[in-house]
Design a protein around this ligand. Structure first.
Ligand code: CIR
Length: 272
């Protein structure tokens, strides 16, 4: 089934709701969030995806859920399978329903993480994002061993190997590390529990620089990555590696422990 799929560039996004400023905090102190600025930053994020060739698809808003904008946490998409998350924070449990509805309509097969398993999509790092890839899953305050075991069972038939990774210093695995197009895993060492998990771990100098979204090749053929505007040294380094860097200011979401990855779900293959 995976072989029949074609590449696509569509991304799920979810509009911030009126209760955004009440979003959960685990590691950061609360600082005021400006809702109007957040709305403009979200539009800027969606526009940046669009400029890199990605069609945004809006998941229906979930205005009672302050953290719903962090749509990445609601699902893990692998090939034609959408594994609907069971968020570790009970406050976030209503969020995945809208994502499931959207992915069902797009033709994805649906599976569920079930109790007592918990899993947040932000804890799941895939590379490459296709058959036979490796999937690292953070064992965090949100994702438990049962959730990781269920993910392993669901992805094994698709050829994926799921590796559990201890995580104590930040909220989600992808708050600590992400992968570059060449497979190197980048991270900010003070928040990475065990860099030896990755053969090709590369330390970068800024925490907001440890999150990149792979946007695929641009018109000039260079690989593009999306990065927070709060990581200027990392931008310079990524450019020195031959990457085209697209930056977005997401300060209001960073105050809520969000980052560039968690504001969208990239759908790299068309399941139809
Ligand atoms: C939460 O605590 O769940 C939200 N305030 C932040 C979620 C960020 N998601 C992510 O990094 N994948």
């Amino acid at each position: 089934m995976m072989d029949a799929m074609t590449d696509s560039r569509r991304a799920l996004v979810r509009r911030p709701g009126p209760r955004l400023a009440e979003g959960l905090l685990t590691h950061l102190q609360r600082t005021p969030v400006d809702p109007d600025l957040a709305a403009r930053q979200w539009q800027g994020y969606v526009a940046a995806l669009g400029s890199a060739g990605w069609d945004p698809i809006e998941v229906p808003a979930a205005d009672d859920c302050p953290d719903a904008v962090f749509v990445e946490d609601t699902v893990v998409v692998y090939g034609d399978l959408a594994v609907i998350a069971r968020p570790g924070a009970p406050e976030r449990r209503p969020e995945p329903a809208g994502t499931e509805q959207t992915l069902l309509a797009l033709g994805y097969r649906i599976a569920q993480i079930e109790a007592p398993g918990t899993l947040d999509g932000g804890d799941v790092l895939k590379h490459p994002a296709g058959p036979g890839g490796t999937v690292w899953a953070g064992l965090s305050s949100r994702t438990n061993a049962e959730g990781v075991a269920q993910l392993r069972g669901l992805l094994a038939p698709l050829g994926a190997t799921v590796i559990g990774v201890p995580l104590t210093k930040v909220l989600h695995l992808k708050s600590a590390v992400t992968a570059l197009p060449d497979g190197r895993v980048i991270g900010y060492p003070p928040v990475v529990d065990d860099p030896s998990v990755w053969d090709a771990f590369t330390a970068i100098p800024e925490e907001p620089g440890s999150h990149v979204v792979l946007l695929g090749a641009g018109e000039d053929g260079r690989e593009q990555v999306l990065l927070s505007a709060a990581a200027p040294q990392t931008k310079t380094w990524l450019e020195s590696q031959g990457l085209a860097v697209v930056t977005v200011d997401i300060s209001e979401f960073e105050k809520l422990e969000g980052c560039v990855t968690c504001l969208s779900v990239r759908l790299r293959h068309d399941p139809q």
